[in-house]
Write a protein that binds this ligand. Structure first.
Ligand SMILES: NC(=O)C1=CN([C@@H]2O[C@H](COP(=O)(O)OP(=O)(O)OC[C@H]3O[C@@H](n4cnc5c(N)ncnc54)[C@H](OP(=O)(O)O)[C@@H]3O)[C@@H](O)[C@H]2O)C=CC1
Ligand SMILES: Nc1nc(O)c(N)c(N[C@@H]2O[C@H](COP(=O)(O)O)[C@@H](O)[C@H]2O)n1
Length: 272
C-alpha cells in the first residue's frame, strides 16, 4: 500500500450508513440521462452564515462533519464552487479519506473528484503555488475545470491548467444589467441546466455543489432548484409568488437529523 499523507482523514463505516440513501447510486444511474446526480451541501452557522464575513475563509464544520464532507467528495465525480470561493479560500477541493488515490489507495487518482470552478470572467488569479496545483504535483488531487464565458482566455492561464490536466470549458451565459453604486454593471448568469448537461457530457456522473453564497442562492432559485437531487443543510432566501406574496422556502422531505460530534447534520430530499 502507498504511504498515507499526514492530513489523511478516517470516516468510519458505522458513520457512512445514514448517508447512503442520499448518495449517488453506485451504478452511476441518474434521474435524467443527460445530467449528473446533483448534491447541494454546505456548512452553515445557526444564524445561516457561510462565513464570518464576505470572502473570509471560515471553519464552521467540526472534525467529524469535515470528515463527512470529504467522504461525500469521495462519492462524487465532481465538486463545484464559484470563483468567489476559489479566491477567498485557496481550497484544495480534493478528498483526503484514507483509501482514495493519493491517500493510501491505488497509485492513480481513483476516488479523487474533479474540481469545477464557475469563473465567468476568468478572474481567478491562480498560480503554481495555489493549493490545488500543489496537490496535483503531490498526486493527491485533480486539476480544475474552469467554466467561463470569456472568449479571449489568457494563454499563460490556459497553459498552467493544461500542464496539470485541467482546462477551461466555455459556456454561453446571459448578462444581467444591475446598478452598483450608481453605475450600471453587467453580471453573468449561468443557466444551471446547461451547465449540468455540459458536465455530464464531459463524463461527470455526479456533482457536489459546495458553495459559496452566490452559487447556492442561484441554484436554490425556483427555476434551478428541481435540478438538485439531494441536499445536506439548506438555508435559502425568502421566496415570493407572482403577486409578491411570500411562499414557503425550499423544504426537505424524508428529513433526518444526525448528531455528529459537535455538529448536527440535516439530510433530506428537496421538495419541489
Ligand atoms: N460554509 C461552507 O460550507 C462554505 C463557505 N464558503 C464561503 O463562501 C464565501 C464565498 O461566497 P461568494 O462570495 O458568494 O462566492 P461564490 O463562490 O458563490 O462565487 C461567486 C462568483 O462566482 C460566479 N458565479 C457564481 N454563481 C454564478 C451563477 N449562477 N452564474 C454566473 N456566475 C456565477 C460569479 O463570478 P463573477 O463575479 O466573476 O461573475 C460570482 O460573483 C467564502 O467566504 C467561502 O469561504 C464557500 C463554500 C462552502
Ligand atoms: N464542509 C465545510 N465546512 C466548512 O466549515 C467550510 N468552510 C467548508 N468550505 C468548503 O471547503 C473548501 C475548503 O476545504 P479544502 O481546502 O478543499 O479541504 C472551501 O473552499 C469550501 O468549498 N466546507
Amino acid at each position: 500500500m502507498a504511504s498515507i499523507p499526514q492530513d489523511a482523514i478516517e470516516f468510519p463505516i458505522s458513520d457512512r450508513v445514514f448517508l447512503e440513501p442520499h448518495l449517488p447510486p453506485k451504478d452511476g444511474s441518474t434521474r435524467s440521462p443527460d445530467k449528473p446526480f446533483t448534491t447541494l451541501t454546505f456548512a452553515t452557522s445557526l444564524d445561516s452564515s457561510l462565513a464570518l464575513s464576505p470572502g473570509a475563509r471560515t471553519v464552521l464544520s467540526g472534525p467529524q462533519s469535515k470528515a463527512m464532507t470529504h467522504y461525500l467528495r469521495s462519492r462524487h465525480d465532481g465538486i463545484l464552487v464559484g470563483v468567489g470561493t476559489a479566491v477567498a479560500d485557496n481550497p484544495g477541493l480534493n478528498c483526503r479519506i484514507v483509501g482514495v488515490g493519493g491517500y493510501g489507495g491505488s497509485g492513480d487518482l481513483e476516488g479523487q473528484p474533479r474540481p469545477v470552478v464557475i469563473d465567468p470572467a476568468a478572474r481567478w488569479d491562480y498560480s503554481e503555488e495555489s493549493k490545488l496545483f500543489q496537490l496535483c504535483r503531490q498526486g493527491r488531487g485533480r486539476a480544475p475545470w474552469i467554466i467561463t464565458a470569456r472568449r479571449d482566455l489568457p494563454v499563460e492561464k490556459q497553459a498552467l491548467l493544461q500542464k496539470y490536466g485541467g482546462r477551461f470549458i466555455s459556456l454561453d451565459m446571459s448578462v444581467e444589467e444591475v446598478s452598483e453604486g450608481g453605475k450600471e454593471a453587467g453580471h453573468h448568469r449561468i443557466n444551471w441546466n446547461d451547465l449540468l448537461v455540459v458536465l455530464r457530457s464531459n463524463g461527470l456522473r455526479s456533482v457536489m455543489v459546495e458553495g459559496g453564497g452566490h452559487v447556492i442562492n442561484t441554484l436554490l432559485e425556483p427555476s434551478s432548484m428541481p435540478l438538485i437531487d439531494r441536499g445536506v443543510v439548506v438555508s435559502p432566501a425568502r421566496r415570493f409568488d407572482e403577486s409578491g406574496q411570500p411562499v414557503s422556502a425550499a423544504r426537505l422531505a424524508n428529513v433526518k437529523w444526525y448528531p455528529f460530534g459537535e455538529d448536527v447534520v440535516l439530510c433530506g430530499k428537496v421538495k419541489v
